[in-house]
Design a protein around this ligand. Structure first.
Ligand SMILES: [Fe+2]
Length: 419
């Protein structure tokens, strides 16, 4: 696959870079991110990641696609092949060449009709939400492959894990949090539960690390705990793990061993970070001492384990509901605040809800009557029904008129202007 350098200075703002982006390190090309909208912050990230080069790389096909759409990335396609070659190509093979016939005058290259624009890549997102969903689906597939590799080798590659953690962090930095929240609120099948859940918990832990203003080391470690906390489930027989009926006492005891298995696999793979190992081992412990595997009391439960249980339970609650239609982040948060307080560290739950409410403020949403509104205030005591501005009026939403989803740009910009 041919990669072409794009000077970072030539990348226009607001461009939808709907392709994989790479950086060059020595002779190697390594994946950086994909499907991102260009922002000043993203360009700064590119500069840092590409240093000492001043370019990122994309594949030749996508470079051609941008060129065909009139987007100037400082690249011009190579000249077409010599015309004589094309004349020979189009001659029917079955017809003998009559040598006595005069050769047609070759057309000068500049008269050659311009190439047909390539069709847009299949599945190109039309809206920001679709773009985030595409990023999320790609990340899910990468996690599935990552876990399949771990299962096969029975070892958790530290390099691959570190690379994965950085990719997850970059996705969080360049994506609207509320759209990620809506993306993880999707139907998932039994066989994709483990890797989907692990990816979601890694995302949620990444958000918590950001809100807690953790330094880079702690931030990376917390995302790592989210990604690998349940990896020990690979050691649980699938017929128990995926059993559709109620588990027997013995089967449940088998499932409850998975934090030990996760811990054991990490240690055997050479992980030594205490934060990470204890966060993984303790993610099912409860503050009142009723958790597993050790039923330890609150003072012994580490910070990473407390945070990861919030992400773990939040995602499990989302997954427990089988959806025929999308639920708004307000509804998800409301359910979480009702059910989550009883078993989790209230300080972290409060932080999670407060920060999520803050992220939602100012965002555009769709109401149950189809109108578009802007969120003005999210009351943490009544998360389901925020105050919104619609048609120049500020109203408090209610069961009769409530938010059904985040704004999806299928609705015209003009309608948003009229809010
Ligand atoms: Fe677990």
């Amino acid at each position: 696959m041919e990669h072409i350098a794009v000077k970072i200075a030539n990348i226009p703002p607001d461009l939808n870079l709907n392709c994989k982006i790479y950086v060059k390190k020595g002779e190697d090309i390594s994946f950086l991110c994909e499907n991102v909208i260009v922002t000043p912050a993203l360009l700064e990230t590119f500069k840092t990641k590409a240093f000492p080069e001043d370019s990122v790389y994309i594949t030749a096909d996508y470079m051609r696609s941008f060129y065909d759409r009139g987007i100037d990335l400082g690249w011009t396609p190579p000249p077409p092949p010599p015309l004589e070659f094309e004349v020979l190509e189009i001659k029917p093979k079955s017809k003998p060449v009559v040598i006595s016939e005069p050769e047609p005058e070759p057309k000068p290259p500049q008269q050659k009709p311009p190439p047909e624009p390539k069709p847009k890549p299949k599945g190109e997102p039309k809206t920001e939400f679709e773009r985030v969903q595409q990023i999320y689906e790609t990340a899910k597939e990468e996690t599935r492959q990552f876990f399949a590799d771990i299962a096969e080798a029975d070892v958790i590659s530290k390099d691959k894990t570190d690379e994965f953690v950085q990719e997850i962090k970059l996705k969080l930095e360049t994506t609207d949090v509320t759209l990620i929240l809506q993306s993880i609120n999707g139907i998932r099948s039994v066989d994709e539960y483990l890797h989907t859940h692990s990816l979601n918990v890694a995302f949620l832990n990444g958000l918590m690390a950001k809100w807690l203003k953790f330094d880079k080391i702690k931030h990376d470690e917390l995302v790592k705990v989210g990604l690998l906390h349940d990896i020990g489930k690979l050691k649980v027989p699938p017929e128990i793990l995926n059993k559709p009926a109620r588990l027997t006492k013995e089967e449940f005891a088998e499932i409850k061993k998975h934090p030990y298995h996760s811990f054991d696999m990490m240690v055997k793979s050479g992980y030594k970070e205490k934060n990470v190992l204890l966060g993984i081992l303790q993610h099912h412990e409860k503050l009142n001492g009723t958790g597993y595997p050790c039923a330890i009391s609150s003072v012994e439960i580490t910070e990473f384990a407390r945070i990861t249980s919030i992400a773990d339970i939040y995602d499990a609650m989302v997954a427990r509901r089988v959806y025929k239609e999308a639920h708004s982040p307000f509804e998800i948060l409301e359910n979480f605040s009702k059910e989550g307080y009883s078993q989790l560290d209230i300080n972290y739950v409060k932080l999670f809800i407060d920060c999520m409410a803050e992220e939602l403020r100012g965002k555009t949403v769709v109401l149950s009557d189809g109108s578009i509104a802007v969120v003005k205030m999210v009351n943490v005591r009544n998360l389901m029904y925020p105050m919104v501005e619609v048609g120049g009026e500020i109203i408090t939403t209610s069961p009769e008129l409530h938010c059904v989803s985040m704004f999806n740009t299928n609705v015209s910009e003009a309608e948003v202007q009229n809010v």
